[in-house]
Design a protein around this ligand. Structure first.
Ligand code: ADP
Ligand code: MG
Length: 238
């Protein structure tokens, strides 16, 4: 579960081509980071995988099935939005349960999933609070909880920490890495922050103007950057 393949995927907005033909293989359980400067197409690529944008051409396969034309809800993936997308008038429990309630899931199963998410995210003590009564890090965990309860085959994060202050960002980075270790689910994480990429990724995808410049582990990219762009971005010496 959580194996995602992009085959010759392109995306244009009008006559502007943002993603030239691109191939990418994401393996089950991998923590993959898309990194690159602002405007290089990271969010577009993530939104194509999520089904929030349609590809212009090419195919997306999820766990061996052609998902190119599937709506987002049928792809079995969960996008984690920034914590400001929480409902301020609802408790943590209700915020986390929200997608399940919308899907009219059996209440006992809803409760089981919410309790599990609260446990892995250390939110059990805060379950009856409202977002306004939580710290920034706790709010971000609630936003992640909303994704966990859907039991997705992969989690998609688009710069989830960019509105948190620096010290909180470091903590959340560790927490998301730990979460990946305990869930063992595929995670695709978009960032323009090299440190996040180098510390969190199993596999880094370096993007420039919609092109994949290089794919590899943090160590491979650091030791063997293919060009000066990758070297500069990764911060390796050559
Ligand atoms: P990143 O997330 O790496 O900052 P984006 O994927 O948001 O980059 O954007 C890549 C390029 O596509 C940018 O030039 C942006 O202006 C353009 N773009 C993104 N979404 C749209 C859209 N809905 N309509 C037109 N252009 C878009
Ligand atoms: Mg973006």
């Amino acid at each position: 579960m959580g194996q995602i393949t992009l085959e010759k995927v392109t995306k244009s907005f009008g006559d502007v081509n943002v993603i030239p033909p691109l191939d990418l293989q994401i393996n089950e359980g991998e923590f993959v980071v898309f990194v690159g400067p602002s405007g290089c197409g990271k969010s577009t690529l993530l939104r194509l995988i999520a089904g929030l944008e349609d590809v212009t051409s090419g195919a997306i396969k999820i766990d061996g099935t052609d998902a190119t034309n599937l709506p987002p809800a049928k792809r079995g993936l969960a996008m984690v939005f920034q914590s400001y997308a929480l409902y301020p008038h609802m408790s943590v429990r209700k915020n986390i349960a929200f997608p399940l309630k919308m899907a009219k899931m059996d209440p006992a199963e809803q409760e089981r999933r919410v309790n599990y998410a609260a446990k892995v995210l250390n939110l059990t003590d805060y379950i009856d609070r409202r977002p306004g009564q939580l710290s920034g890090g706790q709010r971000q965990r609630v936003a992640i909880g909303r994704a966990i309860v859907r039991e997705p085959s992969a989690f998609l994060f688009d710069e989830p920490l960019s509105n948190l202050d620096a010290s909180l960002r470091v903590n959340m980075r560790l927490e998301i890495s730990e979460l990946h270790n305990s869930l063992a689910t595929t995670m695709i994480y978009v960032t323009h922050d090299q440190v996040e990429a180098m510390t969190m990724a199993d596999k880094i995808v370096v993007l420039r103007a919609g092109n994949i410049e290089q794919v590899g582990s943090p160590l491979e990219l650091y030791r063997n950057p293919r060009n000066t762009f990758v070297a500069g971005f990764i911060g390796s010496p050559n």
